[in-house]
Design a protein around this ligand. Sequence first.
Ligand SMILES: NC(=O)c1ccc[n+]([C@@H]2O[C@H](COP(=O)([O-])OP(=O)(O)OC[C@H]3O[C@@H](n4cnc5c(N)ncnc54)[C@H](OP(=O)(O)O)[C@@H]3O)[C@@H](O)[C@H]2O)c1
Length: 520
Amino acid sequence: MDQEQNLDELLSCRLEFGRKAVEPCTIVIFGASGDLTARKLIPAFYHLYREKQLPAPFRILGFARREKTEDAWRQELRAALEQFSRTKPIEDAVWTEFAANVSYCQGDIAGPTAYKKLANQLASLPHEKLRRNLLFYLATSPSQFSQVVEQLHHTGLLHKGEAGDSEQRIIVEKPFGHDLRTARKLNTELTRYAHEKQIFRIDHYLGKETVQNILMFRFSNSIFEQLWNRQSVDHVQITVSEKLGVGTRGGYYEEVGALRDMVQNHLLQVLALVAMEPPVTLEAESIRDEKVKLLKSIRLMEPGQVDANVVRGQYTAGEIDGQPRPAYRHEPKVKPDSTVETYVAMRSLIDNWRWSNIPFYLRTGKGLPQSASEVRVQFRNTPHVLFAAQCGPRLDANAITLRLQPNEGISLRFNGKVPGTSMEIRPVRMHFSYDSEFGAYTPEAYERLLLEAITGDATLFIRRDEVETAWRIVDPVREAWEGRSLNAKEFYPAGTWGPVAADELLAQRGHAWRNPQPIT
Ligand SMILES: NC(=O)c1ccc[n+]([C@@H]2O[C@H](COP(=O)([O-])OP(=O)(O)OC[C@H]3O[C@@H](n4cnc5c(N)ncnc54)[C@H](OP(=O)(O)O)[C@@H]3O)[C@@H](O)[C@H]2O)c1
């Protein structure tokens, strides 16, 4: 009896596959007065410090152009933390200790003088490892990334470690390039002064608990992995929807659009995790090898095939949650005749043994009725006998939904008998919710990513071949759209689930979008 009870205990297994201890280091943030630093980086560092995850000692050295005293910068950061911290109130004692490790270096990225000043500041740090173990965070405009790395090299602050054994690392923000050509150019420029293993390209989606859980879910549960293939799966839908429009970021968005902003990175990364083969080990290179292999097996489109497989859209005026929303073309800093897409729906086919001819539908958009990210694996219908023979399409096929955010969780949908004397069938849901199971502790993606970069684990960062392969997939789409005006079917009112053409894309194969369930 005792033995039986033990077998059903919820035992957890901590995976410590060679995780290195955190070594004392200095984090230099280029772009220290920017939005990203205020909204994401400083809150993440503060929480890591509060949870005693940062090395001892550590320093954060902010670098930006504006003149300001160290105290003024600290005050700005404190105000930002009040606004953006995931825990409130801010603990004064923790903040005071944390802030004592934070300093500021004013300078212009463009000239060598500032780097000498930075080098002097670093040289004055009291611990040898603080002077030598350097993590450079490039939170500036992407056009400045190469310049910073080159100057760091010339100043002797960045040494190229031949086998990736250098103590200096670089975190590179997105967007990484504008297309395959510019991504390759940036890769060449960065790897001139840093080994690939020193470069940590961020896609913050990979830091999300639920995205990491995709691999756990798939490869630690034999019941699901058996079904994860073309024999059982009918199609897969990956949705990343946002209620917000572009707001004040119109200028940025006009240069980017949804394809570059979301599909090339976040959606393709999620797709790779959902569809990749099991890696040989849990080490960074094994996982990244499998992701790249998967991305390489996505069928590339010729420009002439784009219209049949990809839909773009742009929101017009509408209403969300009872509030009127302007059209994209009326947002600040957006051209009145802009053709930039705020919505993309795409059918991808994966030419490998597991997924041959199974459509993977990706969609993302702004101005949609809900903000949610989820993966829905839609299974095949049962044979057309017994219940299916009588119920036809009203008998829903099984589905597994991995809800990435918000209301993180996993649902399994299957059919059950409605209690009563009649024979009535309807779908029911088995649901695992992170919050109910583990409490509402959800660290921000940046916390995890910063810690991984400090320890030198690149699993959650994008490798060179990965970023280039992703551009190879979206480039033909972008080229096909370039210079083409939008037709009536490509517009959608804000507050709806996208253009009609996106529904037609799925209808061609007898499918229909399953919208994320509203938050209850
Ligand atoms: N903000 C986000 O939520 C977000 C999300 C994802 C990715 N990113 C990426 O993160 C990066 C930073 O974005 P952001 O929104 O934080 O940008 P931002 O608010 O415009 O900040 C830019 C920063 O760069 C500094 N800077 C610009 N030119 C400089 C120069 N010549 N010398 C020294 N410093 C200079 C600015 O310093 P001064 O203010 O002193 O001029 C400022 O600190 C971008 O690559 C962006 O694509 C941002």
